[in-house]
Write a protein that binds this ligand. Structure first.
Ligand code: PGA
Length: 238
């Protein structure tokens, strides 16, 4: 696991966008794993700008998003599908975009079908990740055991609190989600995690103790051969 320290949030996103552009230069029909949350917002606007000025072409790309609330309607403004539409897919053309379906009647069948789709696509070339204050990746919340495949997960208290900022007063915040599991995430040839802000400094400090903490899902990434963690100075505890 490699750590890159940037000065600011903007630099982190710019660095991340450079990695995406390099990936697509090398393999225009890449399979990309995408993330939501506040961290990648500027990364996506940077990529849209670069696509518009012809620096990068997404038209052959297939994407898989990491997670989705469950249950939630795709049309709900806080669904991750709506987030991706707003920040990326309404602005650039891709070959296909894939999501865990927050409206699926059988969440377990939905997860199994999603994993099969990732596998059929040949796995992920570049996987973007964030990290929760509690060390979750995707919605793989701290637990004593972790399913390999994608799964229906009950969101942790810290996650519900952290994400409540996105929901309006009285708006129903889902307490569960469908999350990509470790197998599809670990199928990625390169994993890039972006982390910014002082509230992430404690979890980054713990992540770089270079120990697998069973209650810190992100620490499992130490077992993957190609992980880049891009932090700003604040998340690096400076
Ligand atoms: P954030 O979320 O980018 O909004 O901090 C990251 C995460 O929870 O994985």
């Amino acid at each position: 696991m490699k750590k890159i320290v940037c000065n600011t949030y903007e630099e982190v996103c710019n660095f991340g966008a450079d990695i995406f552009v390099q990936q697509l230069k090398k393999k225009p029909d890449s399979v990309l794993g995408l993330a939501t949350g506040s961290t990648p917002i500027d990364l996506y606007s940077d990529l849209v700008r670069r696509a518009k000025n012809g620096e990068v072409d997404f038209s052959k790309v297939r994407t898989f998003n990491l997670d989705e609330y469950y249950p939630i309607k795709a049309s709900h403004p806080q669904s991750y599908r709506a987030f991706m539409e707003k920040h990326l897919f309404s602005k650039i053309k891709v070959e296909s975009s894939n999501f865990l379906n927050g409206e699926a009647s059988d969440p377990h069948a939905e997860c199994a079908a999603y994993d099969a789709k990732v596998q059929k696509a040949g796995g992920i070339d570049l996987q973007l990740l964030g990290i929760g204050v509690n060390g979750h990746i995707a919605f793989i919340e701290p637990d004593s055991s972790y399913p390999l495949g994608s799964y229906l997960v009950e969101l942790a208290e810290e996650t519900l609190i952290a994400n409540s900022r996105f929901f309006k007063e009285g708006e129903n915040q889902p307490t569960s989600a469908l999350s990509m599991g470790l197998s599809p995430i670990f199928s990625a040839r390169h994993i890039m995690m972006l982390v910014t802000g002082p509230n992430k400094a404690p979890v980054i400090k713990r992540l770089f103790e270079n120990v697998i903490h069973t209650d810190l899902p992100a620490s499992l990434l130490h077992l993957h051969p190609n992980v880049t963690v891009v932090v700003d100075r604040a998340a690096n505890g400076e």
